[in-house]
Ligand binder design. Structure first.
Ligand code: ADP
Ligand code: MG
Length: 270
């Protein structure tokens, strides 16, 4: 058994569409579980039907839902616990990814989250790592920075293994207990390097022992049936490259350096 555990009801409960999450090119719906016992928490999920995926230039058509599940499995197999339970299942608009909705602390989401923020160049505070220089509306110089935060540093390691091409601030949140979650992993696990992230502050630095241990656990699991399982969601080259990235990070446990041959940031940053 290689699968990461998901609650049994997640695979069977009926889903009612509440609404669309945004005007995004891909269809992202919030659903409520219909036939559930009233006590059950959580009661909502994000449902991304494959038939609602729009063709992209750089990712094969109809594969985004499988990438969402891949991110959950990899996060669980390594023991990161940074991605809410995510499965592929049938829903009102056909097969798609279904991810448990996490009630996040809205005051801890978005630009003022304490995770990604903007500072005047001379005002960068202790505990913040600069990401990029920017300009304000009047042309004044600014620095965008992310927090030097332990769970965020672990998320950056997970992103490096996943080759996440879309780690923006909107895809990071803290729940009311202070637990960090990553969302929207539809653009992960391409077989070419595509890491686009707002978390470059540790580039070239040593990965902590705790995250090296997670990489080792993931490596072991991939070689113990995990690769085979991922073939349900990714193609062969993508599975192979994911395993290669885990091995490379293990043999040289430092955060990836900023690329010089491609743009390293998501758009928009938030
Ligand atoms: N499982 C989740 N729990 C709580 N909030 C989520 C979850 N998944 C996504 N969100 C929120 O919904 C927003 C839109 O979802 P996302 O997966 O990014 O969809 P899209 O593909 O449309 O960008 C995210 O930016 C995040 O704020
Ligand atoms: Mg998104």
């Amino acid at each position: 058994m290689t699968s990461a555990p998901v609650p049994e009801w997640l695979t069977t409960a009926t889903m009612e569409i509440e609404g669309s999450l945004r005007e995004a090119s891909n269809l992202t719906l919030r659903v409520q579980f219909g036939d559930s016992d009233q006590e059950r928490v959580p009661t909502k999920a994000v449902y991304k039907p494959i038939q609602g995926e729009q063709p992209l230039d750089d990712f094969p058509e109809g594969t985004l839902a499988g990438r969402e599940v891949t991110a959950y499995l990899v996060s669980e197999w390594g023991g990161w616990g940074l991605v809410p339970p995510t499965i592929l299942r049938d829903g009102p608009l056909g097969l798609g990814s279904v991810q448990i909705w996490v009630e996040v602390d809205e005051s801890l989401a978005g630009p003022a989250s304490g995770l990604l923020d903007v500072f005047p160049p001379e005002g960068l505070e202790e505990g913040w790592l600069p990401l990029v220089q920017a300009q304000g509306p009047q042309g004044e110089p600014l620095v965008v920075a992310h927090a030097d935060h332990a769970q965020l540093a672990s998320l950056a390691v997970l992103d490096a293994v996943l080759n996440n091409a879309d780690r923006k601030a909107a895809h990071i949140a803290l729940d009311p207990r202070g637990r960090l979650w990553g969302f929207d992993h539809g653009l992960c696990a391409h077989d070419e390097p595509k890491l686009r992230s707002v978390l470059w502050g540790w580039a070239g630095q040593k990965i902590t022992d705790a995250d090296v241990a997670r990489l080792q656990k993931l490596h072991d699991h991939l070689n113990d049936g995990g690769r085979r399982e991922l073939l349900t969601y990714l193609d062969e080259a993508e599975v192979e490259e994911l395993a290669v990235r885990a091995d490379l990070l293990l043999s040289d446990p430092v955060y990836p350096a900023l690329p010089t041959d491609r743009y390293p940031l998501p758009w928009p940053l938030w």
